[in-house]
Design a protein around this ligand. Sequence first.
Ligand code: V47
Length: 367
Amino acid sequence: MKLFEFRDEKLEPIYEKVELAKRLNFEDGVTLFNSPDINGVGFLANIVRERLNGDNAYYIHNRHINPTNICVHSCQFCAFGVKAEDKSSYVKSLEVIFRDAEEYEHGNVSEFHIVGGLHPDLPYQYYVDMLKGLKSRFPEVHIQAFTAVELEYLSRLARIPLRDTLLELKDAGLGSVPGGGAEIFAKRVRRKICADKITGEEWLEVQEMVHSVGLKSNATMLYGHLETVEERVDHLIRLRELQDKTNGFVTFIPLAFHPENTKLDFLNWTTGQLDLRALAVSRLMLDNFPHIKAFWIMITPEIAQLSMAYGADDMDGTVVEEKIIHAAGGVTGHLFHKNNIEDKIREAGRVPVERDTLYEDLQEHLV
Ligand code: V47
């Protein structure tokens, strides 16, 4: 008996490969993004999802910290970064960061997720002291901080090679690296949306160096702006190639573009259909990534919940305060209580599993 009746016959040969756990190629990725059969794509992604993660749906008790929104870059897709003279600009002093962290530590967070703008004047020492200060106050909390773009900037700020910068930051308490800043690797799009940022190749080189010093990291892809389907697939394949080399990536997070207050505000918002598809195709193409995360802040808790049947196995976390997506029109709340996440996961027919950053210490919350 056939398990699934595809509406799109082009998915049949992909099904055969998925059943045999064979790697999908560029053309398969394009077919999956273009297929009219979203449920067929989801069915395929779910096979891989269950093969790798069974019924587990992970979440983490984390807290996002954005130390400053002042940024030397002016990316067209970003509503968060501003110049120092802008009235909404801010820099959090270390005292404020430690105090905020203190408030949330009592909620037993297991991770601080720290990303921010590339500030023109803050000294390198500010970042080292931030890590040291957080680590000495909260030794149990994992610090996931600084995107590849920030790390490259910090090494220039410190005037030391990237490898030495990474070793110093690791020594100061850096536990792993978040996946931001990747956007889309294609030069054609980068020229239009983030011309002054490091190139896609440089982003990958930084990540390779991160892995070479023994740090794990995540990867992202910003979709739903000027990129083509082919450019999305190219992005995924380049990540897969690096992962073959280093095995240093833990989770992939597709990021849905939010146009409000950005220079690309003439573009439409992504749809639930595209959000589910981006997660499903990522699960299918990134066969060597252990986890695919549905960042509920970006795609709403409702779509994140549905995506547990479309390839995703992680709901991110409690987050507490998020500024980057909210600056660009994100409307979901900042705080997702643990019980709420668990209920959503159970309702989706999965088993909620509270994790730490690297999925090492897992606590199953059985129904
Ligand atoms: O690098 C900026 C993106 C990223 C917009 O590693 C936007 O677990 C949509 O990377 N619309 C930062 N996206 C957030 C990020 C992240 C989030 C959650 C988890 C993890 C992880 C990483 O947000 C930026 C950029 O790619 N971004 N502006 C926007 N208007």
